[in-house]
Design a binder for this molecule. Structure first.
Ligand code: NAD
Length: 260
């Protein structure tokens, strides 16, 4: 099946981390559908294999590789391999993320380090090793932050801290690289109906009801609704936007949180 629906990214090469499931998979497919060559980096070997198998023969320019974004040397080597093979890099989406429960008083040290290692250091490594190539093409980075980087969610101290840092790292890199033509922005998704969240909601239907009640648009996001904003920010349609974080949250962060 030929899924290409526009040529906005024809000739462009993209890296999407965490790019074979959930929001990352939707971003990968969206960029592919607009003509990009996309290389997904993901730690989950089985998911990398099945995502590649599902889309083999689709005519899309997709590659997926096992890469741990927390491993600086691994990211450096993987980025070098992409540029060696494709000759350029235009779009980078540091999207891989994990969470570990706990307040600052009781989150395990292991959980804290794991979340900071993937959600913050992983974004840093991905930016660090791709920036020289993005300068060459006047390319663009779109990070996946979270509304948890704009405010605090209960019992997610490590995740809130990491995502808040991603929002400001995004600004920092935008400031440093703007004059070299590299734009850097973030999306801050609200709850998006990925497989992980779907399983949780099945086990806890009251949470789904609370979401419906509290989200002004009355429903969760589809991953594709996050991906479309990433594609906008990565495209020339957003040519004068840099350093910005766009909340894609159905209005959730516009609500004060007061009882209703
Ligand atoms: P997901 O678990 O469905 O997908 C995350 C992907 O990242 C997986 O394929 C996983 O294997 C990969 N990954 C995890 N650790 C990795 C590592 N060290 N190196 C490389 N890949 C790794 O999650 P998702 O819900 O699609 O989340 C994607 C991003 O969106 C994350 O940064 C998450 O924090 C953010 N986010 C999600 C939601 C939501 O409601 N789903 C809301 C706000 C923000």
């Amino acid at each position: 099946m030929n899924m290409i629906k526009s040529s906005r990214f024809a000739g462009k090469v993209a890296i999407v981390t965490g790019g074979v499931s959930g929001i990352g998979a939707a971003i990968t497919l969206r960029l592919l559908s607009e003509g990009a060559t996309v290389v997904a980096f993901d730690i989950a070997a089985g998911a990398v294999e099945s995502f590649s198998a599902i889309h083999a023969g689709s005519g899309l320019h997709l590659q997926a590789h096992v890469v741990d974004v927390a491993d600086a040397e691994g990211v450096q080597a993987a980025v070098a391999a992409v540029v060696a093979e494709h000759g350029r890099l235009d779009i980078v989406v540091p999207n891989a993320g994990i969470a570990s429960p706990g307040t600052a008083a009781d989150v395990s040290l292991e959980g804290w380090n794991a979340v900071l290692g993937v959600d913050l250091n992983g974004v840093f490594h991905t930016m660090r090793f791709t920036l020289p190539h993005l300068v060459a093409t006047r390319g663009s980075i779109v990070t996946t932050a979270s509304i948890s980087g704009l405010g605090g969610d209960y019992r997610l101290a490590a995740y809130n801290a990491a995502k808040g840092a991603v929002v400001n790292l995004t600004r920092s890199v935008a400031v440093d690289f703007g004059k070299q033509g590299v734009r850097v922005n973030a999306v801050a998704p609200g709850p998006a109906l990925t497989e992980g969240l779907r399983q949780w909601l099945e086990a806890a239907p009251h949470v789904r009801d609370a979401y419906s009640e509290n989200i002004p648009l009355g429903r969760l996001a589809a991953p594709e609704e996050i991906a479309s904003v990433v594609a906008f920010l990565a495209s020339d349609d957003a040519s004068y936007i840099t350093g910005t974080t766009i909340a894609v949250d159905g209005g959730l962060t516009s609500w004060t949180g007061q009882p209703h």
